[in-house]
Write a new protein. Sequence first.
Length: 303
Amino acid sequence: LQTPNGDLIQYESVAGINWEKFLQEVDMDTYFKWQLYVAEARLAALDRLSRERGQLVKFVCLTDLADCPLPPKDFMDTDKRVKTEVFEVTAAEVIHKIMFLSVPLFFYTLFRMVQPLLPEKTKATVKLLGRDFSQDPEVRAETGEVLLQRILAQRVGADDVDGMSGKLRVVLAGSAFERGVLVTAGQTVSWTFRIGDSKDLEASNARGRLGGFLDMIKDATDLRFEVTALWDPEANEDIKQGEEIGGRMATVVPVETVTASDGEIQGFATAEHSGIVLLRWTNFHSWVRAKVVASFEIGVEDA
């Protein structure tokens, strides 16, 4: 993976990780050695590309923290060792950007603890982003529109079976829940979903005290749903000729409000070109109350 400027992209995801199971299956000394191996492999790749192009090639690190619970002490101690003994030695001079995506609240505190250990050059490259990171202009500029949508298409949450189905997906106030599907021209993408009602909200612990108080005044389950497409210029000659990003994006289903009272919602669309079809449930209009996608299932069929 490369940025539009030719730098390498390193994408990591700990979305919904089960730390207890992780520590049972992965020895921390082994984890440290693996991080050292990754650093050496990254340096070798950057050196090779820099020699081939006659210019310094750096890397952009994207770490996805969606639904990541607080790490245990054993992991945090090892991670601190990685930062000081591996990252600082091997990466400080070749980092272009480090972006943490969908950052949970606890991470801000952890970052303040680790920040003093980082080289000054590294500190300037770090950016913490919320769940709406895909709307951030800097993220879009660094990754490029097509690559960003590929990353979104392959994100899998903690309670998803394979990224194509899941239950009780909480959509926090001011955030979005997205699922993307890689398609070829002529394939049909179908979707079935239901917006959570009061029972689903309770089951998912989506409401805080203030949200619960507001529910006593007026119930709110509404989300905005839309389907868009980003056609891949590498696979579509008719789009490739000088098209800007806006010319490669298409609205498949316009934004509409969906609520629990709508029951089960179904739909489908046929891909006009090869690329990515992105299904999106947004809660940007809410300042306080989270909402829930009670269940969803996405399918792809050949023509």
